[in-house]
Design a protein around this ligand. Structure first.
Ligand code: HEM
Length: 493
């Protein structure tokens, strides 16, 4: 009895000692001690990890900024920024802030462009891939994208007047587009009548597996040795994805060769302008995997929230339609057949920008590591290896720059009100600087073409089960509507 009591006492003493030491380290000695934030955050990363797993990381950090101001300590070694100067410093073209180690958990090795953290390796890869994504090359691919849009419009037409889950439909569409552009054939999502392709499930699981492996390595290690079929199938999602990519790539090469001139983006990657930059087969299909991930749910989530907002603001459906119809009259085209550029249809552009501002598909902190020697950000000295970030969900809701920040107001993009340097700096749905989205041209083409094709044919309304509550944001780096779906109804004009 005496022995047991003293063991408990020793343990208690040890735990208290550790807690006190932790407090001294993080709150009395740390150079971050003057940065405001919740007390728990200063002690442990786990409070934010748990919030993240529940899908509330971005909203929580947003609320912390409302409470504490533009600089918030969100972890013992992590700080979130929302002011223009810091955002420009962290995400500039010349930045010394590289992607933080957490990006290792978002891909499997060998890493592709998204997860490459080394500056020179990344810039080599980026210069090779940028050529493929130039506006000219993206325009060349338009016929392949249009073929998928026709299928999408057909799917919507088959359910005319009835409720259709556009969240799923847009996911299938954007996945099929990247399939066509990077793998030589779609995933067959829009052709299937039954359940969505396994690839889509595997993609969802890939992120979950990465999250467990990164945050709870012991649990992950345990899962890998559990002889339970369901768990093994779950963990094998990553292998299935890799296998799918490799097989599709090999089939592409057999079918079209390496220099087929097919009007897709893989051809451009396979035959770069500078031949010395050619990637190995393995590097190529790793990149394809990256591009399939980066280019599918981002575009589909944007379309989902854009159409949902249009149902809540039907006057903007009509304004876009009027604009497209008068353009079509002027140039004799059928409106949606015309390839739209950024300045062609300002109302359409304003509606898309407003959806990207209010509902960015990647709203979360884009974490970066402070360089060797540390850095001065505003009034704070940030020591090296601290994780710093900004989240566009918050920068794009800065009420001084975007008045009525929680309202869908496309007019803000029409009256020159958003042309200030501050609004340009804080509007960053595609991020900024060296790590900005590579697929922006492609994404914008898809958003313009899909929106115009559907609005020129249909009026859109929300089904009764699609509400502000069901569409509330949950985020696991990318956004998902809380209800997991978005049922809308399309009525022929
Ligand atoms: C509306 C649609 C899209 C949005 C909102 C979006 C947003 C973003 C954001 C915020 C980043 C930075 C991520 C980070 O720093 O962690 C990013 C990076 C990237 N995106 Fe997109 N994206 C979209 C569509 C696409 C498409 C269609 C593709 C290509 C098929 C693509 C390819 C990439 C790539 C390769 C990167 C990594 C670039 C690098 O690290 O150098 N994205 N995107």
């Amino acid at each position: 009895m005496f022995y047991q009591w003293s063991l408990v006492q020793t343990l208690l003493l040890l735990v208290s000692g550790l807690l006190i030491w932790r407090y001294v380290q993080t709150n009395l000695l740390s150079p971050l001690r003057h940065i405001p934030g919740p007390f728990l955050a200063s002690l442990t990363d786990y409070w934010l990890v748990l919030i993240d797993l529940a899908g509330f990381r971005t909203l929580t950090i947003h609320q912390l900024h409302s409470k504490y101001g533009p600089v918030v300590r969100v972890g013992p070694h992590e700080v979130s920024f929302a002011d223009q100067a810091s955002v420009n410093e962290i995400y500039s073209q010349q930045t010394a802030f590289m992607k933080a180690p957490i990006y290792d958990s978002m891909s499997v090795k060998p890493f592709g462009i998204f997860s490459l953290r080394d500056k020179s390796l990344h810039s080599q890869r980026r210069s090779l891939l940028s050529y493929a994504f130039s506006q000219g090359n993206v325009t060349t691919c338009a016929p392949l994208v249009h073929a998928q849009i026709s299928k999408l419009v057909g799917k919507v037409g088959a359910k005319e007047g009835k409720s259709v889950d556009v969240h799923l439909l847009f996911r299938l569409f954007s996945l099929d587009v990247v399939g066509e552009l990077f793998l030589g054939s779609s995933f067959g999502g829009l052709d299937s009548e039954g359940s969505p392709p396994q690839f889509l499930h595997d993609m969802d699981q890939h992120f979950l597996i990465g999250g467990i492996e990164w945050n709870f390595p012991l649990i992950y290690a345990l899962l890998t040795i559990l002889p339970i079929r369901g768990v093994r199938h779950f963990l094998a999602a990553r292998d299935r994805l890799a296998e799918y990519g490799e097989n599709a790539y090999r089939t592409y090469i057999e079918k079209y060769g390496r220099d087929s001139g097919r009007k897709d983006l893989l051809t451009k990657i396979l035959s770069p302008k500078d031949e010395s930059q050619t990637l190995t087969d393995r590097e190529t299909y790793v990149e394809i995997g990256n591009l399939v991930f980066a280019g599918s749910d981002t575009t589909s989530t944007t379309l989902t929230y854009l159409f949902w907002e249009l149902t809540r603001n039907p006057q903007w459906q009509q304004r876009v339609r009027d604009e497209l119809q008068s353009m079509a009259k002027e140039d004799g085209s059928s409106g949606n057949a015309r390839l739209l550029g950024a300045t062609d249809a300002p109302v359409l552009e304003a509606v898309i920008n407003e959806a990207l501002r209010l509902h960015p598909a990647a709203p979360a902190s884009l974490q970066r590591a402070t360089p060797v020697g540390g850095a001065q950000l505003g009034v704070y000295y940030i020591p090296e290896k601290t994780v710093v970030s900004a989240q566009c969900y918050t920068t794009q809701r800065n009420a001084e720059v975007f008045p009525d920040p929680d309202m869908f107001k496309p007019e803000r993009w029409l009256d020159d009100g958003q042309s200030s340097q501050e609004s340009k700096d804080l509007f960053m749905p595609f991020s900024k600087g060296t790590r900005a989205c590579l697929g922006r041209n492609l994404a914008m083409m898809e958003l313009r073409q899909v929106t115009s094709a559907l609005l020129l044919k249909y009026n859109v309304a929300a089904a009764s089960n699609t509400t502000s509550d069901s569409m509330a944001m949950r985020d696991h780096f990318l956004v998902l509507p809380k209800g997991g779906r978005c049922d809308l109804m399309f009525h022929l004009l």
